[in-house]
Design a protein around this ligand. Structure first.
Ligand code: NDP
Ligand code: GDR
Length: 323
C-alpha cells in the first residue's frame, strides 16, 4: 500500500516541490487548500511542475479546526507536512493578528486535529530561521537562543515550541525544521530574490527601467527549495522526532545576490537599482547564517545548489515567462 501524505500549503512554493518529490517516491499526495474564487490560478505552481492532476486537493483552512479533524479522519495520513502560513514577513506588521492566528495558533489546530484523529502520523512543522532574528550567535544552530523581530517570527516561534511541546507531552512524532531562506523559480513575487530576478528580466526585455529595493545590506543564507523539501521528508523517516537547522552555511548580501542576476544578463546593477525606503521594515533581521552540521550528520542531507546557480535559473525562468 502506498503511503499517504497530507500537505498544508500545497499551493505555495514548498508545497509544490514537496508534492513532486513525494509523488516520485510513490506516495498518495493530498493537499489542503483554502477555498478561493480563483481556484484555477491557485494551482499555478503545481501546473508549472505538471503534477496538478496527480495530487488530491482537500478543501480546508488552518483556522477551521473541525474541518482539519474531518480531513485527518477521512485521509488517515501517514505523514503530515504543515507548510501553510502567512509567510511574508513584511505583511506581518500590516496583518499581525491574522499572522498570529494562522502562522501561530494554526499550528495548534493542526496538532490538535492530529492528536484527536491520527496521533501516530509523523508530523513536520515548517519553522524558520526568522526565529533567530536579532542573532545571539554569529552562526545559528539548533541550540542558539531565539530573538524574533517581526510578528511573523513571533508566530513561528509559537508554532515551533508548541510542536516541541506536543512531542514531549503526548509522545507524538513531531519534528520541526528550522529552514533558512530557500528560493526557486516558483518563489512568490514579493520575496526579494524573485522580485529581483523578475525585475532584471523585465529590464532586460525593455519592459522596465529600474528595480526598487529596501535594505540591500541584509545578509541571508540562501538555498534552493528543491533541496530543502528533501530535508523535510528525511526528518519524518527518522525513528526519533527532532529539530533540525536546514541551511547552506554561507551568507550573502541582498546586493551581492542582485549582482549575480544583473551580471547574468549583461546589465550593470548601478544603472538600474534604486533604494526605496518604502521597502524598509520596522525592525530588520540583519544577518542569518545557519550551521547545517546536524542535518548532515543525522539525515545525510546537504545543499547541492549554490545561490549563484539558483539565481541564474530564476532569471532564465522569468525571461521565459515574460517573453
Ligand atoms: P508560500 O507563501 O509560498 O506558501 C504558503 C502556503 O500557505 C500557501 O499554499 C497558502 O495558500 C497557504 N495558506 C496561507 N494561509 C492559509 C490558511 N489560513 N489555511 C490554509 N492554507 C493557508 O510559502 P513557502 O512555500 O515559501 O513556505 C512554506 C512554509 O515554510 C511556510 O510556513 C513558511 O513560513 C515556511 N518557511 C519558508 C521559508 C522559505 O524561505 N521559503 C523558510 C522557512 C520557513 P494560498 O495559495 O491560498 O495563499
Ligand atoms: P525574509 O525574505 O524576510 O528573509 O523571509 P524576503 O525575501 O522577503 O527578504 C529578505 C531580505 O531582503 C530585504 N529586502 C527586501 N525584501 C523584499 N521582500 N522586498 C524588497 O524590496 C527588499 N529589499 C530588501 C529584506 O529587508 C530582508 O532583509 C523569508 C520568508 O520566506 C519567510 O517565510 C521565511 O521564514 C524566511 O525567509 C526564512
Amino acid at each position: 500500500m502506498a503511503k499517504k501524505a497530507l500537505i498544508t500549503g500545497i499551493t505555495g512554493q514548498d508545497g509544490a516541490y514537496l508534492s513532486e518529490f513525494l509523488l516520485s517516491k510513490g506516495y498518495d499526495v493530498y493537499g489542503l487548500a483554502r477555498r478561493s474564487s480563483t481556484a484555477d490560478v491557485n494551482l499555478t505552481r503545481l501546473k508549472w511542475l505538471g503534477i496538478e492532476k496527480d495530487v488530491q486537493i482537500v478543501d480546508g483552512n488552518l483556522l477551521d479546526l473541525s474541518g482539519l479533524i474531518r480531513s485527518m479522519q477521512e485521509i488517515a495520513p501517514d505523514e503530515v507536512y504543515n507548510l501553510a502560513a502567512q509567510s511574508f514577513v513584511a505583511s506581518s506588521w500590516q496583518q499581525p493578528i491574522l499572522t498570529g492566528q494562522v502562522t501561530g495558533l494554526g499550528v495548534s489546530n493542526m496538532l490538535e486535529a492530529l492528536r484527536i484523529a491520527k496521533p501516530d502520523a509523523h508530523y513536520y512543522q515548517a519553522s524558520s530561521s526568522e526565529m533567530y532574528g536579532l542573532v545571539q550567535q554569529p552562526v545559528q544552530s539548533e541550540t542558539t537562543p531565539f530573538y524574533p523581530r517581526s510578528p511573523y517570527a513571533v508566530a513561528k516561534l509559537y508554532g515551533h515550541w508548541i510542536t516541541v511541546n506536543y512531542r514531549e507531552s503526548f509522545n507524538m512524532h513531531a519534528s520541526s525544521g528550522i529552514l533558512f531562506n530557500h528560493e526557486s523559480p516558483l518563489r512568490g513575487i514579493e520575496f526579494v530574490t524573485r522580485k529581483v530576478t523578475d525585475g532584471v528580466a523585465r529590464i532586460k526585455l525593455g519592459l522596465e527601467k529600474e528595480l526598487r529595493l529596501g535594505n540591500i545590506n541584509a545578509k541571508r543564507d540562501w538555498g534552493h527549495a528543491k533541496d530543502y523539501v528533501q530535508a523535510m521528508w528525511l526528518m519524518l523517516q527518522q525513528d526519533i522526532p527532532d529539530d533540525y537547522v536546514v541551511s547552506t552555511g554561507r551568507t550573502t548580501t541582498v546586493r551581492e545576490m542582485c549582482e549575480v542576476a544583473f551580471n547574468h544578463v549583461g546589465l550593470n546593477i548601478d544603472d538600474h537599482l534604486v533604494i526605496d525606503p518604502a521597502f524598509f521594515r520596522p525592525a530588520e533581521v540583519d544577518i542569518l547564517l545557519g550551521d547545517p552540521s546536524k542535518a548532515k550528520e543525522k539525515l545525510g542531507w546537504s545543499a547541492t545548489i549554490t545561490m549563484e546557480e539558483m539565481i541564474k535559473e530564476m532569471v532564465e525562468a522569468d525571461l521565459k515567462r515574460l517573453s
